[in-house]
Write a protein that binds this ligand. Structure first.
Ligand SMILES: Nc1nc2c(ncn2[C@@H]2O[C@H](COP(=O)(O)OP(=O)(O)O)[C@@H](O)[C@H]2O)c(=O)[nH]1
Ligand SMILES: [Mg+2]
Length: 246
């Protein structure tokens, strides 16, 4: 299966080179990597570029400035689809997502899943580095999204996942505007609404030890507001439909 791993980066110079090597070691032929860099001041793009000849199958998409994780994935997917890739993977560039789980995600896509999510909240998965209050908040956010949107996925905010190209072709992802967690939830929701097959693979999420997180309070609030808005609209549509019928 022709696969593209899309790696959004913003100031990941401490990890990018080792991660690219590690991805190469973890998965064999047919897997290319697209680094989507937003003009990181720390020179992440140049470090990635310097490895293209040595490792092969690596390309760097340079964008003019920081435009957010959601937008980086949308650009990466657009390019990947236009190049004919069958599987498109999302992964953080900070080693929070273990490259050795790539094989499990891709195996699900190969056997028919439209979306394979690396799930922290299922047997075999977890976030060992987080204290329980932080885990509880993340988990509660996921439960809220499940309740509001009627999702079956246990970890809709997870950023380690793989799509089959048909799932992306079915939805108009370029029109989406959400960033961060909101983007992840919306994409998963669209796949479920279209009747796509979703598989969950347990993953252990590791806290980054190098570099700094770019997730902000704003991105968490955006996700909460969006999920609330989508959930209310969904209920309104269902209610109108019921009223018309009766
Ligand atoms: N290109 C690009 N990448 C980003 C942006 N924001 C975050 N990222 C990358 O997205 C991934 C996830 O972000 P991270 O800060 O690790 O989020 P956290 O794991 O939730 O703390 C990392 O590889 C970041 O470098 C952005 O605005 N543009
Ligand atoms: Mg991270």
């Amino acid at each position: 299966m022709k696969t593209l791993v899309v790696l959004p980066t913003y100031n990941e110079s401490a990890t990018i080179a080792e991660l690219l090597r590690c991805i190469r070691r973890s998965v064999s032929d047919g897997v290319d990597v697209l680094v989507v860099d937003d003009n990181s001041p720390d020179g992440t793009a140049d470090l990635a570029e310097a490895l293209t000849t040595e490792l092969g199958g690596i390309e760097v998409l340079r964008r003019p400035g920081k435009a957010g994780l959601g937008s980086a994935y949308r650009d990466g997917f657009k390019l990947g689809l236009s190049r004919g890739y069958e599987a498109l993977v999302e992964m953080d560039a900070d080693f929070s997502h273990d490259p050795s789980a790539l094989g499990d995600l891709l195996a699900e896509i190969a056997s028919g899943a439209d979306l394979a999510i690396g799930t922290r909240y299922m047997p075999g998965g977890g976030i060992p580095d987080w204290p329980w209050p932080r885990r509880a908040i993340s988990r509660a956010g996921n439960q809220y999204a499940r309740f509001m949107l009627g999702l079956s996925i246990r970890d809709a905010t997870s950023g380690y996942r793989a799509y089959h190209r048909r799932a992306l072709e079915r939805m108009n992802f370029t029109a989406m505007r959400a960033d961060g967690y909101g983007f992840q939830v919306e994409m998963a929701w669209k796949v479920e609404m279209a009747g796509g097959k979703v598989a969950e693979v347990p993953i252990e999420f590791r806290d980054r030890t190098l570099g700094r997180s770019k997730m902000s309070f704003r991105i968490v609030v955006e996700a909460l507001l969006l999920v609330t808005w989508w959930g209310l609209r969904r209920r309104q549509v269902a209610w109108r439909r019921r009223r018309r019928r009766s």
